[in-house]
Design a protein. Structure first.
Length: 337
C-alpha cells in the first residue's frame, strides 16, 4: 500500500504537494504536465488533474485507477482556512478516518456521497487497487465560502451555517441526487478547449455546490425511485455511445441486456434522466455532428459514415427530417457563408 501524505490547499500547489506525497513512497516518480499527473506505468493511469478557476476555488478531477492500494492521508493544518467538498461517483464504500475515528461511507447508494471537511481536520481514505476512482473535489478558501455562500445573511439556509461562520473544524456528509450525479459525471468526462478551461470549470463548480446545498436546504426534488447503481450504469452506457458516434446506434434490447435491465426499464430511466427517448437523443447527437462536418465541407458519403450510417440515402432522409433540408443544400449554404 502507498501511504500518500498531502496538505489541503486551494491552489496549484495541491498537485505539487500530492505529487511529493506519491514520490516519497514510490520508486517511480509522478510528474505534472498541463495541470495533470503523468503516472508511471507501475503506479496508475487515467486523469488526476487540478485547475485553479477563481480566487479561492480550484477543481480536482479524478478518473483513474491505481495499481496498488493508495491510502490518501490528509494532514491536519494549524489554521482552518481551507475547505474541501468531494463528489464521489466511485461505486464502492469508503472507509474514512475522521479525527482518528473510522466511519464507513456507503458507496453503492445515494447516501453520504458528498463529503465536506475543513483543513484543521485530518482525513484518510483508501483507493483500492484496480478499482476505477471517479470523483470531483472542490477546493475552497474560507473567504470564498463566506462570500459566495452569503453566510452573513440570517436566512441563507446553508447547512452548518453557524459552524462555517464560527470557523470551527468541520466534517459532514450530504446525499447525492440525480442532477448532481449527472453534473459531476459531465465535469469528469468533459474536455474543454484550453482557452475556456477556467470559465468552464468555474461555472460547473458553482452549479455543483448550489445543487448540493439547495437540496440539503429542501429546495430541490427528491431522488425518487431511481436506483443509484442503475443511474451510473446508464451514464456509462451513454458515454460509451457518445464516444463512438461513427458506429450505428446499438439496438435498445441489446444495450439494455448488457446493462442487466429490461428494455422498458432502460428506456424509461433513460428518458427520465435525459428528457428525450434513447433513439431521439442519439439521433440528434449524430445529426449535430453531421452538421458540423458539413460546415467543414466534408463529402456527404464521408459524413454519413462518420455518424454511423451505412446507407447514404437513409442518412439523407434522417438529416432532412431533422434540419428540414437535405445535407447537400445545408453544406452549400454553410460553405457560402
Amino acid at each position: 500500500m502507498l501511504n500518500v501524505k498531502y496538505n489541503l490547499t486551494t491552489c496549484s500547489s495541491y498537485l505539487t504537494d500530492m505529487a511529493a506525497g506519491f514520490n516519497a513512497v514510490s520508486s517511480q516518480k509522478v510528474e505534472i504536465k498541463n495541470n495533470q499527473f503523468v503516472f508511471p506505468k507501475s503506479v496508475g493511469e487515467g486523469t488526476f488533474a487540478c485547475y485553479d478557476v477563481d480566487t479561492g476555488l480550484a477543481v480536482v478531477i479524478m478518473d483513474c485507477i491505481f495499481f496498488d492500494d493508495v491510502n490518501f492521508i490528509r494532514l491536519p493544518a494549524e489554521i482552518n482556512y481551507f475547505h474541501a467538498m468531494s463528489f464521489n461517483l466511485t461505486n464502492f464504500s469508503f472507509m474514512v478516518n475522521k479525527d482518528g475515528k473510522e466511519k464507513q461511507l456507503e458507496g453503492e447508494s445515494w447516501r453520504n456521497k458528498i463529503f465536506y471537511s475543513t483543513s484543521k481536520t485530518e482525513l484518510s481514505w483508501i483507493a483500492p487497487a484496480t478499482i476505477p476512482i471517479r470523483m470531483v473535489v472542490l477546493l475552497l478558501s474560507r473567504e470564498w465560502v463566506i462570500n459566495k455562500y452569503r453566510l452573513k445573511k440570517q436566512q441563507s439556509h446553508i447547512p452548518y451555517q453557524k459552524e462555517l461562520l464560527e470557523d470551527v473544524p468541520l466534517q459532514f456528509t450530504l446525499d447525492l441526487d440525480l442532477e448532481t450525479v449527472m453534473l459531476t459525471q459531465e465535469i469528469i468526462t468533459s474536455t474543454p478547449p484550453d482557452f475556456l478551461v477556467k470559465l468552464f470549470y468555474k461555472g460547473y463548480a458553482k452549479r455543483l455546490i448550489a445543487l448540493a446545498l439547495e437540496r440539503e436546504a429542501g429546495y430541490s426534488n427528491s431522488i425518487g425511485t431511481l436506483k443509484y447503481h442503475d443511474v451510473l450504469t446508464i451514464i456509462d452506457a451513454k458515454k460509451s455511445i457518445e464516444d463512438h458516434l461513427e458506429r450505428p446506434i446499438p439496438i435498445l434490447d441489446d444495450l439494455a441486456k448488457n446493462c442487466s435491465m429490461s428494455s422498458s426499464k432502460f428506456a424509461n430511466m433513460f428518458k427520465a434522466m435525459y428528457v428525450k427517448s434513447y433513439l431521439q437523443f442519439f439521433q440528434e447527437l449524430k445529426m449535430e455532428k453531421a452538421a458540423e462536418l458539413l460546415k467543414k465541407n466534408f463529402e456527404i458519403v464521408d459524413v454519413a459514415k462518420s455518424v454511423g450510417f451505412v446507407n447514404q440515402s437513409h442518412f439523407t432522409k434522417v438529416f432532412k427530417e431533422y434540419f428540414r433540408m437535405p445535407p447537400k443544400a445545408y453544406r452549400d449554404a454553410a460553405v457560402k457563408h
